[in-house]
Design a protein around this ligand. Structure first.
Ligand SMILES: [Zn+2]
Length: 277
């Protein structure tokens, strides 16, 4: 049965409270106890690093500290973020005024605005922020374009005599099939020996399913890193309709933003390609 109106809103609010609020608070407590501060971040293997969020906000939620570490280690000239799809299927709660009347393309454009602002706040060079075109009218996965772009970045790095690390979603440890598909693109390129180095970010609670030797963690260890990540979060949580900003990222996944902000070091948890998938 399809719920309607206030009943549907109430049902969603209850689901959020049970599914996101309480559960995530428990997870955050466990993480805070078990996630010690790193002395320093691990070094990324490649001279150039590219990150591939499937949707706007995935990169901040699961990879902000890893992206900051890449910027710190490699310099902004050597870091890219590639947005694979616009996330036109987002379902923000509460709905921004006029949301229901927007076309999927208009919804996607609003999300891309949040994404570009967040990447600027995080420290990316604006021309190193790549938004792949959504090629169908509704939500799309864009994996073919993702593969092409990864190969182009890889070849460009090689022409400069540089190595490269690609960072995508986990190809196996994610409840979202679109995220796993994103990771599988990079995993396939590794298996085909088209690329040589990759890491895969996970939602933090999946770390209990990864052998310790295959976990790679990054944290915001300097005030500059903390400030940059918080500024990026604000780009997804600020609502200013007069400025065309509707906090779509936050309204779509408020619990995940709460969880990230409960972690003082905003840990990004990734795994190596050794994880079976
Ligand atoms: Zn996503």
């Amino acid at each position: 049965m399809r719920l309607r109106g206030p009943v549907r809103l109430a049902a969603r609010a209850a689901a959020w409270a049970a599914g996101s609020g309480l559960a995530l608070a428990s997870v955050a407590l466990a993480l805070d106890v078990a996630e010690p501060a790193l002395a320093h971040n691990p070094e990324l293997a490649g001279d150039v690093v590219a990150f591939y969020p499937e949707h706007p906000d995935d990169e901040v939620l699961w990879g902000a500290s890893a992206i900051r570490a890449a910027l710190d280690e490699k310099g902004a000239d050597n870091v890219y973020v590639v947005l694979v799809s616009q996330g036109r299927g987002a379902d923000p709660l509460p709905r921004p005024a006029g949301w229901d009347a927007l076309s999927p393309a208009e919804r996607g454009a609003l999300r891309v605005t949040e994404f570009r602002a967040a990447m600027h706040a995080l420290g990316l060079l604006d021309d190193h922020v790549i938004v792949l075109p959504d090629t169908v009218p509704g939500p799309a996965d864009n994996y073919a374009e993702m593969r092409t772009t990864a190969l182009e970045l890889q070849r460009a790095a090689e022409r400069q005599g540089k190595s490269m690390t690609h960072v995508a979603h986990s190809y196996v440890l994610d409840s979202n099939a679109l995220h796993r598909g994103d990771g599988q693109v990079i995993r396939s390129l590794l298996d085909e020996h088209e690329i040589t180095s990759a890491l895969f970010w996970i939602k933090p609670w999946y770390r209990f399913r990864v052998p310790a030797a295959d976990l790679v963690r990054f944290q915001s260890l300097t005030q500059a890193d903390v400030d940059a990540v918080r500024a990026a979060i604000r780009e997804y949580t600020t609502s200013d309709p007069a400025d065309g900003r509707f906090a779509i990222g936050f309204r779509s996944t408020p619990g995940y933003f709460a969880l990230l902000q409960m972690d003082p070091r905003m840990t990004s948890v990734l795994h190596t390609a050794a994880v079976a998938g």
